[in-house]
Design a protein around this ligand. Structure first.
Ligand code: ZN
Length: 350
C-alpha cells in the first residue's frame, strides 16, 4: 500500500513544485493554482494561490462546513489565533474564541503578542482550559495534539467543555500503521524527560518550532472511545481537491491527510449528521485504500481514453472534464450494480 501511495502522490509532486498544479479549493469554491514553499509536505504545502490555505486546512474547512452545530450562532473554541485560518473562521463565526498556548501562563490569561502593538492573545492549555463546562458547541484545532504531554487529559477536558450535542473537529498527524502511540517526550516531576531525539514542527509563534511530544497511533481511537467519544474521520486523498498524504521517500513513514470528527457517543441526533457526511469508521480506512486506488485508476482511464498525459490531466482545463467523466463512471458503475442485482433476482426466481 505504501508503495502505491508514494507512486500516486509522486505523479503530482513535480507539478506542484513547479507551480502549475491546479485543484478545486473548498474555501474559494473555485479552481485555483497551487503555490508551494521549499520546505513542503504534500499534506500541508499544496497551498491555494488565492486564499493561502494548505491542503490540510482546506480539508478541515470542508468538514467544518459539512458538520453544522445545532446553535445558529455556535460558541466555537479554536485553539489558534495568529493564523490565516483564524481570520477565515472569524468571518464565519460571531462567537469565535481564539487562543494560543504560552508557557508559564494560566489558561484565560491575556498575553501581549509583541509583533503587534496592544494586541493581546488569550492563553489556553488545551488540557486544562478556562472555559466553563457544557459551554462550547464546536471545538476546532489543527495539529495541536502531538505537541502536548497528555492527549488523554485533552480529551477529558474537551468532553467537559463541550455541550452534549457538540463536536470536536481537528487534524493531527496520525500513524495508522502503528498500534501504540510513540512517546518522544514525557513529563516527570514537572521536567521534560526526552525518550527520543528532540523533534519540532513549524510554529507561527516561535522560530524554534513546537516540540513534538507524541506520534499518535491507533491507540488514540480506543482512548477517545474510552473517554466517551464517537470517532469518525474523513480521509483526504483527492488530487482534484489538492489533498495528499505526506509520504517521505527517505523513511518508511506516511501520514494521511485526515480530519477527525468526535461527538459525545450518547448523542444519536448528531451521530446521524455525521453518518450522512460520508465520514467513516477507522476500521473502514483499509477498505478505503481500495477507493483511493479506484480514484487514480479513473484518472488514468480518462487520460488513456483522451490520450492525455499525466501532466495534461492535471491541467486546469482538464479538471472539469475529469469531474464530468467521473460522474459518468459512477453512473456506469451504478448501472452495472443494478444489472448484476437483477440477474441475481432472475436466477433466484427460476
Ligand atoms: Zn482557496
Amino acid at each position: 500500500m505504501l508503495e502505491f501511495v508514494r507512486k500516486s502522490s509522486n505523479i503530482y509532486k513535480d507539478k506542484i513544485k513547479s507551480g502549475t498544479f491546479s485543484f478545486y479549493c473548498s474555501n474559494c469554491c473555485s479552481f485555483q493554482k497551487a503555490n508551494s514553499s521549499d520546505d513542503w509536505s504534500l499534506r500541508n504545502q499544496v497551498i491555494c494561490e488565492k486564499c493561502g490555505l494548505g491542503g490540510r486546512f482546506r480539508h478541515l474547512y470542508e468538514i467544518i462546513e459539512k458538520i453544522k452545530p445545532s446553535e445558529l450562532n455556535p460558541n466555537v473554541a479554536l485553539f489558534e489565533d495568529v493564523t490565516l485560518f483564524t481570520q477565515i473562521l472569524k468571518r464565519k463565526y460571531i462567537n469565535l474564541k481564539t487562543s494560543e498556548y504560552f508557557d508559564g501562563y494560566k489558561s484565560g490569561d491575556l498575553v501581549q503578542y509583541p509583533p503587534i502593538k496592544d494586541y493581546f492573545i488569550t492563553n489556553q492549555d488545551i488540557q486544562n482550559t478556562s472555559y466553563e463546562s457544557d459551554s462550547i458547541d464546536l471545538i476546532i484545532h489543527g495539529d495541536v495534539y502531538e505537541h502536548i504531554p497528555s492527549i488523554e487529559e485533552a480529551l477529558v477536558e474537551a468532553k467537559r467543555i463541550l455541550k452534549p450535542d457538540g463536536y470536536m473537529i481537528f487534524t493531527m498527524p496520525f500513524y495508522d500503521f502503528i498500534d501504540e502511540t510513540v512517546v518522544r517526550v514525557e513529563v516527570k516531576n514537572n521536567k521534560l524527560n526526552f525518550l527520543m531525539p528532540k523533534h519540532y514542527h513549524g510554529n507561527p509563534l516561535s522560530e524554534k518550532g513546537a516540540l513534538v511530544f507524541t506520534e499518535p497511533g491507533r491507540e488514540f481511537l480506543n482512548l477517545s472511545e474510552k473517554v466517551g467519544f464517537n470517532v469518525k474521520l474523513s480521509l483526504g486523498y483527492d488530487p482534484l481537491k489538492g489533498y495528499f498524504p505526506d509520504c517521505n521517500e527517505s523513511d518508511q513513514r506516511h501520514c494521511w491527510n485526515l480530519v477527525f470528527v468526535l461527538s459525545l457517543s450518547n448523542q444519536q441526533q448528531n451521530n446521524n449528521q455525521i453518518n450522512s457526511s460520508k465520514l467513516m469508521d477507522m476500521n473502514l480506512l483499509t477498505k478505503n485504500y481500495e477507493e483511493i486506488k479506484k480514484i487514480n485508476q479513473d484518472l488514468k482511464n480518462i487520460a488513456d481514453k483522451y490520450k492525455l498525459s499525466n501532466e495534461q490531466i492535471i491541467e486546469s482545463k482538464s479538471w472539469k472534464l475529469i469531474l464530468f467523466y467521473r460522474k459518468i463512471i459512477e453512473k456506469i458503475r451504478f448501472k452495472q450494480k443494478i444489472k448484476s442485482f437483477l440477474k441475481k433476482i432472475k436466477i433466484k426466481s427460476r
